[in-house]
Design a protein around this ligand. Structure first.
Ligand SMILES: [Zn+2]
Length: 481
């Protein structure tokens, strides 16, 4: 498999530290509010990646943190504590907020057919591990105590900017507009490993540490949780592209400094979902959640389909019009699969060749849009329905569009919807839509009166609505195509 690696800026052959086994880590949500569908785009693409790795024969150990402490509203150790903000907004305790939004996150994931990672660890459960890492960094001279907080010393690194070749000044946290500089920092990129001097008097969660009562910084939790459950060598680390700096950059700095060897060989970053007016956010414009899409009548899996149609490294623009197009394409796919007849023997050679092709397109930097195209290609294959259905079920282990169940439901629905209506010697069979039945009858009458121009006109009118008429011996039947 070839994957783009953001750390080397190249598409590389994916290799693991232990042959056949993938140690995978994903930055989880900060549980102070609902996830918006832009956040969920990353989790959908990471889910496809995990499923594709398993499909390709790897054993995968996937770990995810839940940030329930330490994440300030700016990723750079300043601003308000996100969890406190959520608690104040809803007049609840921080732990109540964390539980509520963790549950909401996994409920959204379930609706989008995102598999739960093998390990899900709330950040508050591993404080001992963070204290251990911070102590070792201090012992090694990679960190310092200033003004009560413990900071990572970025001047001890050979290389800090791992993911980009930008001008350092552009990225320097301290000079970002509106961000006040922390006078305790020795270097502008140094970051907090452990806070004891918090500007939040009412910080709800605090732990004792060798440096005083306080709480961990945001970045340390991912290093601590990953090392605990993935071990010292990580094969792939995932996240949204906005996590690359400073979060992932700082994770690498502290992990490699404490371990004394390279830590994660492969970085997978999913691009933004934008609205037509810019980057999606929880505070600007409509707060787009899975529940909101459902309220508007959208199937969450249609949103998954929408995401799969684009490459994970390309920014994607969300509009309802674009989503409607995905809904139409998804529905067409399901209808066509429903038209296949289950049963019979699979043609193994055809199956193997198509599967090989799917492995190739998806193995080329997780090209999900080609993966979706593969489904339509299967429908065009010169083979029996049993082989087509077996292939679609097989590809859907990775794409998770629930195609087999949806097609079966459609078949049932079509069976039930078949209704017959007789009038004036003509029997109309269809889905029981009175307006369409009436037009089909009108056409029958026109034909009987030898008014073929009118009969053709009605046929065209129905065709424009996606309805096909089939003449039968005692009338006509119609279906949606
Ligand atoms: Zn993280």
């Amino acid at each position: 498999m070839y994957l783009y690696n953001s750390a080397t800026h190249k598409k590389e052959e994916f290799q693991t530290h232990t042959p056949g086994r993938v140690e995978m880590y994903t930055c989880g949500p900060t549980v102070y509010h609902f996830a918006h569908i832009g956040n969920l785009r990353s989790y959908i693409m990471e889910d496809v990646l995990e499923k594709f790795l398993r499909y390709s024969g790897y054993e995968v150990n996937r770990v995810m943190n839940i940030t329930d402490v330490g994440h300030l509203s700016s990723d750079a150790d300043t601003g308000e504590d996100k969890m406190l903000k959520g608690a104040r907004r809803e007049h609840k305790t921080v732990m109540e907020i964390a539980q509520y939004y963790t549950d909401a996150f996994f409920s959204d994931c379930e609706k989008l057919h995102i598999k739960r990672p093998d390990v899900v660890q709330p950040a508050t459960g591993c404080v001992k591990e963070y204290i251990d890492i911070v102590s070792r960094l201090l012992e090694k001279g990679k960190a310092y105590v200033a003004g009560g907080n413990v900071y990572f010393d970025t001047s001890t690194l050979d290389r800090y900017y791992v993911f980009n070749d930008h001008n350092e000044e552009d990225l320097a946290v301290g000079v970002r507009e509106g961000v006040e500089e922390d006078p305790n920092k020795r270097n502008k990129n140094d970051f907090v490993l452990w806070f004891t001097k918090s500007k939040f008097e009412d910080q709800a969660l605090k732990w004792d540490s060798p440096w005083g009562v306080g709480y961990p910084g945001w970045h340390i939790e991912c290093s601590g949780i990953s090392m605990k459950y993935n071990g010292e060598y990580l094969d792939i680390h995932c996240g949204g592209v906005d996590n690359a700096f400073p979060h992932h950059t700082n994770e690498i700095a502290q992990s490699e400094s404490v371990l004394g060897h390279p830590w994660c060989s492969h970085w997978f970053h999913v691009a933004h979902l934008n609205t037509s007016s810019g980057k999606m956010s929880k505070s600007k414009g409509e707060f787009l959640t899975v529940s909101l899409l459902e309220e508007k009548g959208y199937d969450p899996l249609a949103y998954r389909y929408f995401c799969l149609q684009s490459h994970y490294r390309k920014a994607l623009v969300f509009t309802y019009e674009n989503l409607d197009n995905a809904v139409a394409a998804y529905s067409k796919l399901v209808t066509r699969i429903a038209g296949l007849t289950p049963g019979g023997e699979v043609e193994q050679a055809v199956f193997d060749a198509a599967r090989e092709k799917f492995l190739q397109v998806m193995g080329n930097d997780l090209n999900t849009s080609m993966g979706v195209t593969s489904l339509f290609d299967v429908l065009k294959l010169k083979t029996n329905d049993a082989t087509k259905l077996a292939l679609i079920a097989d590809f859907d282990r990775v794409l998770s569009l629930d195609l087999m169940a949806k097609a079966e439901a459609k078949r049932e629905e079509q069976k039930k919807a078949q209704s017959a209506k007789s009038e004036g010697g003509c029997t109309v069979t269809g889905e029981g839509d009175p307006a369409i039945d009436a037009l089909v009858l009108q056409r029958y009458e026109a034909k009987k009166a030898k008014n073929f121009a009118e009969a053709d006109r009605i046929r065209e009118e129905l065709k424009a609505q996606g309805i096909e008429i089939i003449d039968t011996k005692d009338g006509a039947s119609w279906k949606r195509v």
